[in-house]
Design a protein. Structure first.
Length: 262
């Protein structure tokens, strides 16, 4: 099977169920007179009018920028702190209760505090997203660092590798699979935090668009906003998956080699 056929098969396997559900939604909602459950044909028609291209630039793009910025900040901070805590077990044990406490705080409960400290502008939204995304990545990074094979550590010590080279060539590659596992969870949490901060913060963004549409009883517009949110979440997950596949290509090959040798 050539490359084109493999890609077409993978796309068909992933999209057949969504396409079937959309077709069922279109058929079941045809002729609907409900204010709250409008026909999909009406939603798609309004979708084109709203999102190509005014609201795409006014609401969707700023939301994506906040999501990427907050998630990026949280990712870098979590990995750096996770490498430190994972390398110093005594420090990690001392800070574990605090980390678990902060991880357990829901983003909804944080919003009043964030608004008091940072206002309602973009800074509050980005920092809240960063805060929410930090903890799953941090905990997974710590576990990844502490799970490095002791034999590899002994080999690195025997070759007298510097601390920097141990982190770069031993610790980071060994921890990356768990880092990305935590980051995938954090990404979905970041999308939720993005929507919540935009609903309570200054006007603008997808969260504000959906809430304002509901408040003004523009239910069709509200549905279009929910669809855009779903599409952004799907695109973010697929994009992250591509990055993960590229970065961890060596790990899949190594795992497959170990399985074949058994």
């Amino acid at each position: 099977m050539n490359r084109t056929a493999r890609i077409a098969t993978a796309v068909a396997r992933e999209l057949w169920l969504p396409v079937l559900l959309v077709a069922a939604w279109w058929w079941l909602s045809a002729g609907s007179t409900s204010v709250y459950w409008p026909a999909l044909s009406e939603i798609t028609g309004r979708f084109v009018d709203l999102w190509f291209f005014d609201h795409l630039l006014e609401d969707a793009l700023p939301s994506v920028i906040r999501l990427v910025s907050g998630f990026g900040i949280g990712f870098v901070a979590a990995v750096a702190l996770g490498l430190l805590l994972g390398s110093l077990p005594a420090l990690e044990d001392a800070t574990r209760p605090l980390v678990e406490f902060m991880r357990a705080l829901p983003s909804v409960a944080l919003l009043p505090i964030m608004m008091l400290l940072l206002g309602t502008d973009d800074d509050m939204k980005v920092i809240t997203i960063a805060f929410v995304s930090t903890w799953p990545i941090l905990l997974n990074t710590v576990e990844g660092v502490r799970s490095v094979d002791p034999v590899l550590r002994q080999v690195a010590a025997g070759y007298r590798l510097s601390t920097w080279h141990r982190i770069r060539f031993l610790v980071v590659p060994a921890a990356l699979p768990q880092v990305f596992a935590g980051a995938r969870v954090a990404l979905s949490m970041s999308v939720v935090a993005m929507v919540l901060t935009e609903m309570v913060g200054s006007p603008g963004g997808l969260g504000y668009f959906v809430l304002n549409s509901q408040r003004t009883f523009d239910i069709v517009a509200m549905w279009t906003g929910l669809i855009v949110l779903g599409l952004i979440g799907y695109a973010a997950n697929k994009g992250f998956g591509l990055v993960e596949a590229r970065v961890l290509a060596w790990h899949r090959g190594y795992t497959k080699q170990k399985e074949d040798s058994r």
